[in-house]
Ligand binder design. Structure first.
Ligand code: DSN
Length: 417
């Protein structure tokens, strides 16, 4: 258990809720594809005196005094990010992925410019031009979808749309696409229409640095990412880029969009980047993909219908309606059985966004706990059982107890036992 003694004295209500969440994370199988377990070292860095300091500006050019150590922390994070990702420039100040992406627009586009990204119901992110997001409201957004039969990226469609609309920037990367990205092919389309290629690798940044997903550089000019998904750091964001975009991107983050950087997060990002540069991390990245494939194979054997028929990364998307439940019904049943996932649209989904047809799974958290491919068969078994028991609370509770007992054998990074 984490040391929450001061909190227990000051605010037992919040302490009790955090303690319950800690137990929930210990005793459930967390399959939400964007979540993970940050290490104790990352967690410690986030809870430090760095939270007390304001540091508007960049190292060596701050607006307030007292930056002796903060400058060093941020410079270390930047150097580690550049080395790890092979980037010419890094900005580690974005509060998270959405502000990082917003900064890319601010640096490159004027309101009304054409931009292009994958449509949200097909797996793209809100900030890649979806209509209710600032990116779809302020810019003329053109959204590519997926091939109607294979549900893979249709590069012919992407190229045709790019030629017709000549976007200022083209986004690659997604939140619910179970395959890898061909950045080279996108770069050639971007070059044809004189667009800037941007890769949002938030979901698979850990796989990129682990060497099990194609690298966006040198094909993309700008790369954005969150730091807490497969990369396994604190909640935060980063922008990596070629030198020619450095000044505009830095100015877009500060003073364009943000004030003081969250120095405690910057320190924790630096720690996570150090962890991500180890051989252990490469092994973890390889095991994430192996576990996702094992889980996908086990689900396929049980008759689940997987979008694209499988996975190449950390993520699986399946059509719950093929098993007789909506996405929400399925994810609710799984939740009661101790298996956390989220309902998700599938390509060409006829259902509404709040109760779509699909469920998205991810293998990063279970991999961080040390579960392996054999354990993924058991997870698939419980997913199937929870679907079958969706109207039987007692059976779901019995599964939940088995799941909880099983989880006791797998320590969680960041949660002392
Ligand atoms: N909310 C994240 C996800 O779950 O994929 C994207 O920002």
């Amino acid at each position: 258990m984490s040391d929450l003694s001061a909190l227990e004295t000051t605010d037992p209500d919040i302490e009790a809720l955090i303690r319950k969440e800690e137990q929930r994370q210990l005793h459930s199988i967390r399959l939400i594809a964007s979540e993970n377990y940050a290490s104790s070292a990352v967690m410690q860095a986030t809870g430090t005196v760095l939270t007390n300091k304001y540091s508007e500006g960049y190292a060596g050019k701050r607006y307030y005094e007292g930056q002796d150590y903060v400058d060093q922390v941020e410079s270390l994070a930047i150097e580690r990010a550049k080395t790890l990702f092979g980037a010419e420039h890094a900005n580690v100040q974005p509060y998270s992925g959405s502000p990082a992406n917003q900064a890319v627009y601010l640096a490159l586009c004027k309101p009304g410019d054409s931009i292009m990204g994958m449509s949200l119901p097909f797996g793209g992110h809100l900030t890649h031009g979806w209509k209710v997001n600032f990116s779809g409201i302020q810019y003329k957004s053109v959204q590519y979808e997926l091939h109607p039969e294979t549900h893979l990226i249709d590069l012919d469609q992407v190229r045709e749309m790019a030629l017709e609309h000549r976007p200022r920037l083209i986004w690659t990367g997604a939140s619910a696409y179970p395959r890898t990205w061909d950045f080279e092919a996108f770069a050639s389309i971007a070059a044809e229409v004189d667009a800037v290629l941007v890769a949002d690798i938030a979901h698979f940044a850990g796989l990129v640095v682990g060497g099990v997903h194609p690298h966006p550089f040198p094909h993309a000019s700008i790369v954005t990412t969150t730091t807490h998904k497969t990369l396994r750091g604190p909640r935060g964001g980063m922008i990596l880029s070629k030198e020619e975009f450095a000044r505009d991107l830095d100015r877009a983050i500060f003073p364009g969009l943000q004030g003081g950087p969250h120095n405690h997060t910057t320190a924790a990002i630096a720690v996570a980047l150090k962890e991500a540069s180890t051989e252990d991390f490469k092994d973890y990245a390889r095991r994430i993909v192996a576990n996702a494939r094992a889980l996908a194979d086990a689900l396929l054997e049980k008759g689940f219908s997987l979008v694209t028929g499988g996975t190449d990364n950390h993520l699986i998307l399946f059509d719950a309606t093929a098993k007789g439940l909506s996405g929400k019904q399925g994810s609710s049943a799984m939740h009661l059985a101790g298996l956390e996932a989220n309902s998700n649209a599938i390509p060409f989904d006829p259902r509404k966004p709040f109760d779509p047809s699909g469920i998205r799974l991810g293998s990063a958290s279970v991999t961080s706990r040390g579960m392996n491919e054999e354990h993924m068969r058991q997870v698939a078994e419980w997913i199937e059982q929870s679907f079958q028991a969706h109207e039987d609370p007692a059976r779901l509770e019995a599964i939940r107890q088995q799941v909880s007992e099983f989880c006791s054998g797998f320590p969680c990074p960041g949660i002392p036992t």
